[in-house]
Write a protein that binds this ligand. Structure first.
Ligand code: ATP
Length: 249
């Protein structure tokens, strides 16, 4: 089933045409990777899915993006949208507060004050992010005292704490060492049981390892979108083939 439908979407930064006629459907409880060279529009497209581009003054969008059939720019309140579509960034960015307060932040913003309920949410989110055992004895310590890989899992837990349906990940492992990267990749595989995941990555091996579907972008166009295995083994477009075989990008 399709969770997100992108229909005839064009995006401009001022006069610069950054995304061109994008049509694609993103399947529910699937991992979809966006790949392509630097500047091809991957992050821009990812950000449109929870309207992060609203924050950029000269950014304009035409076309439609539907979440469960509702137009996210017309029919869904932006705060409600961001609760349903969470985001994890390239650089781990925990808030300068305790591990507990990082995770409780979102639920508190949405009005949950009861300590027992917050305790449960914090524990479940940390368990689901595969970091509970490492932090359960120091929940009151600053999240900034953790390693980069641990901080990234805290950020994933923070995103999960508001019970989203979709998780957007913008190069979530590019600042991490190989062991932390493997942990996040394993975690992403587990999370797809419950969430629809879209991940931007520069790392083609990562896309091939973790994702069910892969989309290849070039100069703001969606060139090819297919099952990951098919896209990497028998690409239809010469440009996809050149990119995945390392001939450019
Ligand atoms: N806020 C902005 N204002 C103007 N142009 C922008 C802005 N953000 C991105 N761009 C331009 O839009 C194009 C697409 O950028 P985007 O960051 O989406 O690419 P990307 O494929 O994610 O690249 P990378 O892999 O390097 O992160 C680039 O040419 C970029 O310079």
């Amino acid at each position: 089933m399709d969770k997100i439908k992108i229909y005839n979407m064009d995006l401009y930064y001022g006069k610069f045409h950054a995304l061109k006629g994008i049509n694609m459907n993103i399947e529910e409880k699937c991992i979809t990777s966006f790949i392509g060279p630097s500047g091809s529009g991957k992050s821009t497209l990812l950000k449109t899915l929870n309207r992060m581009n609203d924050l950029i003054d000269d950014c304009s969008i035409t076309g439609n993006i539907f979440l469960d059939g509702l137009d996210i720019y017309k029919h869904i309140d932006v705060n409600q949208l961001r609760k349903r579509v969470g985001m994890v960034f390239q650089k781990p960015n925990p808030f300068p507060m305790s591990i507990y307060d990082n995770i409780a932040f979102g639920p508190r913003t949405h009005g949950i004050k009861n300590k027992a309920i917050l305790d449960d949410i914090v524990e479940k989110s940390l368990k689901d992010s595969a970091i509970w055992d490492e932090v359960k004895d120091r929940l009151k310590k600053s999240a900034l005292s953790l390693s980069g890989g641990q901080q990234q899992r805290i950020c994933i837990a923070r995103a999960l704490a508001v019970n989203p349906e979709v998780l957007l990940m913008d190069e979530p492992t590019s600042a991490l060492d190989p062991i932390s990267t493997a942990k996040i990749e394993d975690l992403v595989q587990e999370l797809k049981e419950s969430y629809t995941i879209v991940i931007v990555t520069h790392n083609m091996q990562q896309a091939a390892r973790v994702s069910d579907k892969t989309a290849f972008f070039l100069s703001g166009e969606l060139i090819e979108y297919n099952d990951t295995e098919t896209l990497f083994s028998i690409p239809e477009d010469k440009r996809t083939e050149d990119y995945i075989t390392g001939r450019f990008g």
